[in-house]
Design a protein around this ligand. Structure first.
Ligand SMILES: Nc1ncnc2c1ncn2[C@@H]1O[C@H](COP(=O)(O)OP(=O)(O)O)[C@@H](O)[C@H]1O
Ligand SMILES: [Mg+2]
Length: 261
């Protein structure tokens, strides 16, 4: 086993443990004592396959993501990146195999329990920002906190801090359509992080931004997740992100493998 520390701009060093794949398997599938270690994983996929009718999109995927890791998924368009993120979010179901989120088997939960787990423990960042157009910027950021029962005063204070940190303190009462794409994505990141989820899933978050704005957004997402110790799983085409990530995985021919960096 090898312990490495990853240092990034503006963030504190975060330990990331790299295990040989057979060691991971032994730790995850071993005796009950070792099972506790599997429960400490934030995301775990074991032999997951997903097919739509006879079209196999993902085959035999094993993936283990530790708390605080930043994992990037690359692959050509249509390779199954969004499908993989949707499976991890419990928004879609595998054809076979098991998926655990924060130690809980997604297929064993009821729809209501899955929705609660998603609401409490996940944050999402999308390519097209998906802010609610009829809500102000501040209301968009407060929404996941309201859904998680965070008191109004606390939610207001977190929103103000986030807007201030984003250098967007003046924008709270504006509406999303009044902002640029980069600004909307910064707000979407604030919304994804405000309730302090354990895991953030980002699906091509820079796909709709110019290069320079994309770089800023990636740094913001990286630093915010590092700062809060949040696990980040991102699907992207962006080469910029590869240097920031702890691990880069590729989906090729339905299989997930370590990418060359
Ligand atoms: N709901 C669905 N029904 C049928 N096929 C789907 C569905 N969702 C995705 N697919 C197919 O699965 C493949 C992977 O899609 P996707 O995960 O969106 O790829 P990516 O995000 O890498 O571009 C594509 O061939 C797509 O057409
Ligand atoms: Mg996609």
């Amino acid at each position: 086993m090898e312990e490495v520390r990853t240092e990034r701009k503006g963030g504190s060093p975060v330990p990331s443990r790299i295990l040989a794949s057979n060691e991971v398997r032994a730790r995850s599938f071993g005796s009950s004592g070792e099972f506790m270690q599997a429960r400490e994983l934030h995301v775990r996929l074991a032999k997951v396959s997903k097919a739509y009718d006879s079209h196999v999109v993902l085959a035999d995927i094993d993936l283990e993501v530790r708390p605080g890791e930043f994992v990037v998924i690359v692959g050509r368009s249509g390779s199954g990146k969004s499908t993989l993120l949707n499976l991890i979010a419990g928004l879609d179901f595998p054809s076979s195999g098991e998926i655990q989120l924060l130690g809980q088997s997604l297929t064993e939960l009821t729809e209501e329990q899955r929705a609660k787990l998603r609401c409490h423990s996940l944050g999402f960042v999308f390519q097209f920002f998906n802010l609610i157009p009829t809500l102000t910027v501040a209301e968009n950021i407060r929404l996941p906190m309201a859904l998680n029962g965070i008191a109004k005063n606390e939610a207001k204070s977190r929103t103000n801090t986030l807007l201030h940190d984003l250098a967007m303190a003046e924008c709270g009462q504006r509406f999303p359509e009044e902002l640029s794409g980069g600004e909307q994505q910064r707000i979407a990141i604030a919304r994804a992080m405000a309730h302090r989820p354990a895991v953030v899933l980002a699906d091509e978050p820079t796909g709709n931004l110019d290069l320079e704005t994309a770089r800023d957004v990636l740094e913001l997402l990286d630093q915010t997740c590092r700062g809060q110790g949040t696990t980040l799983i991102m699907a992207t085409h962006s080469r910029e992100v590869i240097g920031l990530a702890d691990r880069v995985l590729t989906i090729r021919d339905s299989h997930l493998q370590e990418a060359e960096r």
